[in-house]
Design a protein around this ligand. Sequence first.
Ligand code: ACM
Length: 267
Amino acid sequence: MKIACVQINCRFMERERNLRRALQLIAGERADLYVLPELFTSGYLFTSMDEVRAAAEPVPDGPTCQALAEACQRHSCHIVAGLAEQAGPLVFNSSVLFGPTGYLATYRKIHLFDEEKLWFAAGDQPFAVHDIGPAKLGMMICFDWIFPESMRSLALAGADIVCHSANLVLPYCQNAMTTRCLENGVFAVTANRIGSDRRGTKSLHFTGASQITGPRGEVLAQAGKLVEEIRVVAIDPFKARDKWLNSRNNLLQDRRPDSYRLNDRTD
Ligand code: ACM
């Protein structure tokens, strides 16, 4: 199975351009699964709720979803991509999953970062896994990485590959993903963006270096920090089903949830 991270510069509110650029990169390199950045059609640095609403699209009937569905049918592939999802009065920071037969699933970002809390509703559904035949896919978005529970939930639900659409602004994630993948024995595709959003007095720079990470924490591919590019890696997703580190230690079976007291504090 070939998996790909698609790294572009998502220009603010230039939906057609951003979509065209992502689809050009997809058409240029054959893969079975492509992961695109978070909010890839709209850009990230919103300054009002009106802008967020203007960027948001219904799922799966909006124009970006339709273009993704067509691309999956044309290239006989799966695509995970981040976009602002209009859902009644709410807008979610979501990832959508499409395959050759059309729409498959949506993930709504659970752990919102910084000003995202002003614009987006927090995800209202638990982490879930989707069986696409050659592999089981989980989705999470950007800042979800800093909570180990995100990838652990996906691993416990059987994910082989974590599709991680991102707009990273902090310098920690790429290194941290090696540990996230190692501790859960899964593959991850972190598709980040490059460039900056500058809006009035605010600006944010995005760190690129999109990364495909293996189940023993190997960096299988990493994109540059400043260029639009696609990186493709051939993997055996079944390697993620072997959770044994040695003959006595299993990453999931050796957990001791009774000792963790995870729900003691809610403050
Ligand atoms: C982020 O979650 N986009 C930093």
